[in-house]
Design a protein around this ligand. Structure first.
Ligand SMILES: *[C@@H]1O[C@H](CO)[C@@H](O)[C@H](O)[C@H]1NC(C)=O
Ligand SMILES: *[C@@H]1O[C@H](CO)[C@@H](O)[C@H](O)[C@H]1NC(C)=O
Ligand SMILES: *[C@@H]1O[C@H](CO)[C@@H](O)[C@H](O)[C@H]1NC(C)=O
Length: 949
């Protein structure tokens, strides 16, 4: 409470010199001053709380209420006024002798008290709900896929045509129709992605929904709603949900893209306002059938025809590469291209299959094969089917073919997680199981790449996933269920709303069975079932399935992969133990699951997924599963006990995932003997990926052996602290090498603790809401004699009070020489990053990203001088919500001459400044800024003069 405190102290000192009636007035009511002081304290606290709430909400993509930002602004304004006064008071000598001023100050105290009280009152209702209940809607989301540049001229023409239609007010609903594989999805995807780059978009949001074969109104509604951040009340039933959606959509000027519509959709039932009554909005749908377009009453239909000869050849040569220009190949290539009859999907897959083949015999053979008649799948055009079947036939090797067919077990338009897929291929024996994680994983990736090169798989909607084009999947299912290479068959019944499995369908010739995404309520307990050959049985996402009959599993003795994830089973029958060949048992998200029979007989088990289940302890006999390689216990919120000696016996374990589990590992000696300890994990010599929570013990320094062991891991996240969200093992592996070793400390007091041992190989350190940071860093400086943390690339410090001021010695050399990303958020007490830099000797020579958020006391980012003159690799600077920031960079007093010599950030690409009310300068010397290649975004920085912006 600087203002009041200083007024009082000035008053006390000066009273002896010049008695001032005003001051007496103030002094007479120390009560009032005291009240003001208390209230201001509460206000500051509430302000900080609200600012943190706003930050959290912003990060979650919520739209912040104007009320909240307005309030914050008012509070800051008031606090600033109070602070200014003290400045004024300090600088003005005639403070007490000037009577008008005296009066003003006295009046101000009373007024300020009133204002503080008002803001407190308003604020208390704001702090708890700073954001609107739905997040800020992103106008367009990118849909991955090949871009238009590598497509033919006719696609660009079609795209231009649709763009024109979009600006035609009379065309509310546009239908795009044509046979499967002609490129409808590709067209609208490119449209979507083009709109994303459009700077003056005429829609407030572009919504993309892949509808697919089995129309699921609720899914479509949910997809649209979640895109708009709207939570549909399922209890209000389909009509209620439609009304809710309707109400929300009416507020938008939307473009709804419904891709791959097979059935007639009733827009009213869906809750989508018809564009006619809602000017500006539009709907585009793609379908294989003109009838569907007619039913939905499109205002305009665009038929998509096959490619003309020239375009077809261009596309074909693009995929088959230059070989098509070889004299002896050209005629054959032209003939094959012609066989594709202008269907882009056929051309692309054929072209890819012939890529780089220089032997004319291979081309001749291909042509002959294409002429041969093959039985084809209903629902796929014969011509397309033939070409795709041919692409399949030309995949090299039986295993690659089987891998391809395996992908069709998953539902239509489903993005399959690559990491999971590789484990299943391993479990199925498609990849050599003797290989180590790293080796077999890259083998899996190369199989996937082969399939992608053949254009039979494409990138999925999320990073690390793949999916199948729906036509390709149709063909794949057809092949899998009739004529696969090894004569085995698959039964694929996904998303059909089935309540039962008919026992007669489960015949002995089946190799793989998939009933994913149905409504199964029970499984047949019929002795008719004979499925003694089946190796994979996928039953996930049948939320009503509660019971597995004892006899059922007995019929599937050869199973290698069994998936009961997302069902309501409570236990598994003892017949599970007869599955001698079982390699992967997947029970994730079976929230009701509490127990399992003793597992020791499943000695071949390699992948065991119990994530997000209700288990309280590890299943009996787990320690005997000596072949177990992947144990997933993520999100086990009831797991209380892990007995000593169990995990170390799993000597082949390569992935141990306990992310977000409630189980916390403890270091030796901190608990009862029979419980497992952190140290025993080091017996896992083959472990590559680890995600666990660890109990903090400040006095503990781990033995070198375990540090060494941790350092050998490929990816880890160790989360120290009472709470905290951590990445799953799978997500960890998706990170780049440099970010895979994560240490998170959350909500603990670090003072007196030593974390050097934990840090030695960490590439990413997160310190969230930790106390005692200064002490810890100081310790680090003292103890890191001649040793720097060379692996640390990313440092994030959040919600802490610290000053980084050096009390003891500061590092004499850079302790974090390879730091690439620095993020400070919600730190109180720091005026400049220089404080941290001085303490740890940082030079920022490799720093690429600098992110500062809500650091209240921060006045400038960095002071340039001897140790840091430039940051040669800095590419991105983001500074937000720093109410006191005046300047980004300044120079140490004696270094001012240095300004203008070198650009401070020669590689800067992006500068993002938001809510910096006091920022006046980027840097005193403009010349030190790089040229105009920087993308600059400035929001709410009122004092920054426009010529700088
Ligand atoms: C559109 O408006 C007309 C008349 O204004 C009305 O008859 C019709 O039902 C409306 N259609 C929809 C889908 O709301
Ligand atoms: C098992 O089911 C889960 C939950 O749906 C899914 O994430 C996983 O990919 C499935 N695995 C297989 C082999 O189907
Ligand atoms: C971890 O650090 C040690 C030296 O302390 C080094 O030899 C090893 O390669 C590092 N491991 C990783 C994964 O970076």
């Amino acid at each position: 409470m600087e203002v009041v405190a200083s007024i009082v102290s000035v008053a006390v000192v000066k009273t002896g010199e010049a008695l001032c009636s005003t001051i007496k007035n103030i002094a007479k009511s120390p009560q009032q001053l005291h009240v003001l002081e208390m209230e201001k304290k509460s206000l500051t606290a509430l302000r900080d709380e609200t600012a943190i709430e706003i930050e959290r909400a912003t990060q979650e993509g919520m739209a912040i209420k104007d009320r909240a930002t307005g309030w914050l602004k008012d509070v800051d304004e008031l606090l600033r006024k109070m602070n200014d006064q003290i400045q004024e008071a300090k600088s003005s000598r005639c403070f007490l002798s000037c009577s008008t001023k005296r009066c003003r100050i006295s009046r101000d105290v009373a007024e300020q008290l009133k204002e503080v009280k008002r803001l407190l009152e308003v604020g208390s209702s704001i702090a708890s709900s700073v954001a609107h209940s739905y997040p800020e809607v992103k106008a367009v989301e990118h849909i991955p896929g090949p871009s238009i540049q590598d497509q033919t001229a006719s696609v660009s023409e079609d795209l231009a045509k649709i763009m024109t239609l979009l600006s035609d007010d009379k065309k509310g609903i546009i239908g795009i129709w044509g046979m499967g594989g002609v490129g409808k999805t590709n067209l609208v995807r490119n449209l979507n992605n083009k709109l994303q780059k459009n700077s003056n978009l005429r829609f407030s949001c572009v919504l993309w929904v892949t509808v697919s074969k089995n129309l699921d109104i609720k899914m479509v509604q949910t997809r649209i709603a979640s895109r708009l951040g709207l939570k549909l009340e399922e209890s209000s039933g389909p009509d209620g949900m439609a009304i809710q959606l309707h109400r929300r959509l009416e507020k938008e000027r939307f473009l709804l893209i419904l891709d791959d519509v097979w059935e007639k959709i009733d827009l009213d039932k869906l809750g989508v306002p018809r564009p006619e009554n809602h000017s500006g909005s539009k709907i585009i749908l793609t379908s294989r059938s003109l009838d569907v377009c007619r039913y939905i009453q499109t205002d305009f239909n665009v038929p998509m025809s096959v490619l003309g000869d020239k375009d077809a050849w261009q596309l074909f040569s693009q995929y088959a590469t230059d070989v098509v220009n070889l004299e002896h190949i050209t005629p054959l290539a032209e003939a094959i291209c012609k066989e594709c009859e202008g269907l882009p999907l056929a051309i692309i897959t054929m072209g890819a299959a012939m890529r780089g083949k220089t032997n004319p015999e291979v081309w001749k053979h291909a042509l002959n094969q294409l002429h041969r008649s093959v039985p084809y799948a209903a629902g796929v055009e014969e011509k397309l089917y033939k070409r795709l079947k041919w692409s399949y036939d030309s995949l090299e090797g039986k295993d690659l073919k089987t891998c391809f067919l395996y992908c069709s077990l998953f539902p239509e338009d489903f993005s399959i997680n690559i990491d999971e897929l590789v484990w299943y291929w391993l479990a199925e024996g498609l990849i050599d199981e003797r290989e180590d994680y790293e080796v077999f994983y890259s083998r899996g990736i190369s199989l996937i790449e082969n399939l992608k090169d053949a254009c039979l798989l494409e990138d999925g909607s999320d990073k690390g996933t793949v999916k199948m084009h729906d036509v390709v999947r149709d063909v794949s299912i057809w092949i899998a269920s009739t004529c696969s290479e090894d004569g085995s068959k698959s039964l694929i019944r996904t998303e059909k709303g089935l309540k039962e499995i008919s026992a007669t369908e489960l015949s002995n010739s089946l190799k793989r069975v998939s009933f994913i995404d149905n409504d199964l309520e029970k499984l047949p307990d019929d002795s008719v079932i004979r499925c003694s050959e089946a190796s994979t049985f996928l039953l996930q996402n049948n939320p009503r399935l509660e019971l597995i009959p004892e006899i059922f599993l007995e019929r599937f003795k050869a199973l290698r992969v069994l998936n009961f994830s997302r069902t309501s089973i409570k236990s598994l029958p003892d017949s599970l133990l007869q599955l001698d060949d079982l390699r992967a048992l997947l029970l994730s998200n079976c929230e009701d699951l509490e127990g399992l029979p003793p597992l020791e007989r499943l000695s071949r088990l390699q992948v065991f997924d119990l994530s997000w289940t209700g288990i309280r302890e590890l299943p009996k006999g787990l320690e005997q599963l000596s072949n177990l390689r992947h144990l997933n216990l993520a999100g086990t919120s009831k797991l209380e006990v892990v007995k000593a000696g169990v995990i170390p016996k799993l000597s082949r374990l390569e992935v141990l995932d306990l992310s977000n589990s409630c189980y916390i590992w403890k270091v030796k000696g901190a608990f009862q003997e029979e419980e497992a300890c952190f140290e025993e994990l080091q017996c896992l010599e083959r472990l590559q990926v680890l995600s666990i929570r660890l109990k903090w013990n400040p006095c503990y320094t781990l033995q070198d052996t375990i540090t060494f062991w941790i350092n050998g891991l490929k990816a880890f996240e160790i989360n120290v602290g009472p709470s905290g969200y951590s990445l799953s093992g799978r997500d960890l592996c998706l990170l780049s090498d440099a970010q895979r070793c994560i240490m998170t400390m959350e909500g603990i007091d670090l003072s007196g603790g030593q974390i050097g041992w934990l840090l030695s190989n960490a590439s990413y350190l997160r310190l969230l809401s930790c106390g005692g940071l200064n002490d810890m860093l100081q310790d680090m400086v003292i103890n890191s004699v001649c040793r720097s943390f060379t692996y640390l690339k990313k440092l994030k410090i959040k919600y802490s009070y610290c000053s980084f001021q050096t009390r003891g010695p500061a590092a004499r050399y850079d302790l974090l020489p390879n730091l690439e990303q620095l993020s400070l958020s919600g730190i109180k007490g720091v005026e400049s990053i220089s404080e941290l830099a001085n303490l740890l000797g940082l030079r920022f020579q490799r720093l690429r990203t600098l992110n500062v958020f809500a650091c209240w006391q921060m006045k400038y980012l960095l002071s340039l001088g001897n140790s840091i003159r430039t940051m040669p690799n800095l590419e991105v600077i983001e500074v937000q919500h720093c109410p006191n920031l005046e300047e980004l960079f300044n120079y140490l007093p004696l270094q001012i001459n240095m300004a203008g010599l070198d650009p401070i950030t020669p590689k800067l690409q992006k500068l993002y400044l938001r809510k910096l009310p006091k920022l006046r300068n980027l840097c005193r010397d403009e010349k030190t800024w790089p040229g105009n290649k920087v993308k600059v975004e400035v929001i709410d920085c009122d004092l920054l003069s426009t010529d700088q912006q």
